[in-house]
Ligand binder design. Structure first.
Ligand code: SF4
Length: 388
C-alpha cells in the first residue's frame, strides 16, 4: 500500500466561475476562446496539455502565452484528486482511494488484461469508475450504500479518475527498469466500466458530460463501445440513455430473476419491478443492439438456487443479453456469503443448458477489499480528517 501522489497547483481563491477546466467540452472552450478573441488553435494546445500530457497545473502549459494562462486560471478551477491509498493485488488488480477537494473519498479500480468481460478479447486495461460519493440505493449486499449518499461527482471528478490513474502509471513507467512497461501510445486505459461507487444513472447529466469528454478524440479517446454503464435498474434513465447518440454498453445489476428474490436484495425493485425493467432493457436493446449484459452476483442461499434459472434464462433470451455471474465478495458487517465453487459451477452449467450465453467471473482483486466501497468505508472509519 502507498499513500502518496503529486498534488497539483491549486487554483487561487475565487477562481473558477466557469467551472472546472476538465468539465469543459470542445464546444464550450471554442465558444469561450472566441469570446476572448483568442485564436482557435489555442484550444487544441490547451486540450493537448489536459488529455495528452495530463497536466495538473497551468504553469506546465508553456506554449500558451502567460496572459492566457492567467486568464484561464481566473476563469476556471483546476482541481485534481489526491491519492489517499493504493492497493495492488498479487494478480495486478490495482485499487485507488482518492480524496476529493472537499475531503470526500471515492474508489477507482484498474483491472489489467481483462479477458473480454464487456468489450473485445483484446481488452487490455479496464478502469472501474465511481460516479457518486456513497449511494442512495441501499442494495443489501453492497458496501458503497452502507452509509448512504453524500453527493454526485462533478464531470471533472469522473474524468480525473482516468487521468490520475494514467499519471500514476506514467510515474511507474518512469521509475527504474523492470517495474512496469510503458503504456503503448501513452494511453493506459482503453475500457471503462461505470460500476464503482454510486448509481451512475442517478448522476445522469454529469456522467454523460464526462463520458463525452472521455470518448472524444480530443479527450480520452475511449470508444463508446468500450464504455459500459452499469445500473441497478433506473427505468426512466435507461430509456433516456437509449436515445443518446453514443453507443454505450449497458449492464443491468439483476441479482435476482424474480421480484421476490430481487426485492430481497435491491430496494430499487419496489419502484421499478422486473416487468418494467425488462421493458426498458428491451427498448435499449432495440435501439442499440447487442450491447446488454445482465450482472448477477451469486450469494449463497439467497439467489443461487436453481429455481432462478428458468426465469433468468427466459429474461436473458427475451433481451438477447449475456449473463455475467459474479461470486459475491464478502463485506465486513454484512451477513452474505459466497457460494462454494461447485455451486457456482452448477448455476453456470444450468444456465448454459438453457442456451444462455453466460460467464462466471471469479473476480480479481478479492484480497484487496474488492467489493465496491470497502476501501473507502475502512478508510473513513480509521483515517483522521476523513470526510464525515
Ligand atoms: S450496488 Fe450500486 S446501486 Fe446498489 S448500493 Fe451499491 S453502488 Fe448503489
Amino acid at each position: 500500500m502507498s499513500n502518496s501522489t503529486a498534488v497539483p497547483t491549486p487554483s487561487p481563491p475565487g477562481a473558477g466561475s466557469l467551472g472546472d477546466i476538465r468539465s469543459q467540452t470542445l464546444e464550450d472552450l471554442q465558444g469561450q476562446f472566441a469570446l476572448w478573441k483568442e485564436p482557435a488553435y489555442r484550444v487544441a494546445q490547451l486540450l493537448e496539455w489536459l488529455y495528452t500530457h495530463r497536466a495538473t497545473g497551468w504553469d506546465a502549459m508553456t506554449n500558451l502565452p502567460k496572459a492566457l494562462r492567467q486568464r484561464l486560471q481566473r476563469a476556471y478551477s483546476f482541481s485534481a484528486v489526491e491519492m489517499a491509498r493504493h492497493q495492488g493485488a498479487p494478480d495486478d488488480t490495482q485499487k485507488f482511494l482518492w480524496r476529493l477537494s472537499d475531503g470526500a473519498f471515492i474508489e477507482t479500480v484498474l483491472i489489467p488484461a481483462n479477458p473480454a468481460l464487456y468489450g473485445e478479447a483484446s481488452d487490455r486495461h479496464t478502469l472501474c469508475l465511481s460516479t457518486q460519493v456513497g449511494c442512495a440505493y441501499g442494495c443489501r449486499f453492497c458496501a458503497s450504500g452502507l452509509e448512504g449518499w453524500k453527493r454526485n461527482l462533478h464531470p471533472n471528478e469522473i474524468v480525473e479518475q482516468v487521468l490520475a490513474v494514467e499519471r500514476w502509471h506514467d510515474a511507474l513507467a518512469a521509475s527504474p527498469p523492470g517495474s512496469r512497461p510503458a503504456a503503448p501510445g501513452g494511453r493506459l486505459v482503453n475500457n471503462l466500466v461505470i460500476m464503482g461507487m454510486g448509481e451512475p444513472l442517478a448522476n445522469y447529466d454529469h456522467l454523460l458530460r464526462a463520458l463525452r469528454i472521455l470518448n472524444a478524440p480530443w479527450g480520452g479517446g475511449i470508444g463508446a463501445r468500450r464504455i459500459t454503464i452499469s445500473t441497478s435498474g433506473l427505468v426512466p434513465q435507461i430509456r433516456r440513455l437509449a436515445e443518446e447518440p453514443l453507443q454505450f454498453r449497458l449492464a443491468i445489476s439483476l441479482h435476482g430473476a424474480t421480484d421476490e428474490t430481487r426485492g430481497r436484495l435491491m430496494p430499487v425493485n419496489t419502484k421499478y419491478p422486473l416487468a418494467q425493467l425488462a421493458a426498458a432493457a428491451r427498448y435499449y436493446q432495440e435501439k442499440k443492439g447487442g450491447l446488454l449484459t445482465l450482472e448477477y452476483i451469486l450469494i449463497a442461499g439467497v439467489n443461487d438456487g436453481l429455481d432462478q434459472i428458468k426465469p433468468l434464462a427466459a429474461l436473458a433470451r427475451r433481451l438477447g443479453a449475456k449473463v455475467n455471474l459474479i461470486p459475491y465478495n464478502p463485506v465486513d458487517g454484512l451477513p452474505w456469503a459466497r457460494p462454494e465453487e461447485a455451486a457456482q459451477d452448477r448455476f453456470l452449467a444450468a444456465l448454459e443448458r438453457e442456451k444462455v450465453t453466460a460467464t462466471l467471473r471469479r473476480e480479481k482483486g478479492r484480497d484487496i477489499d474488492a467489493a465496491c466501497g470497502q476501501l473507502r468505508l475502512k478508510t473513513e472509519r480509521t483515517l483522521p480528517g476523513a470526510a464525515s
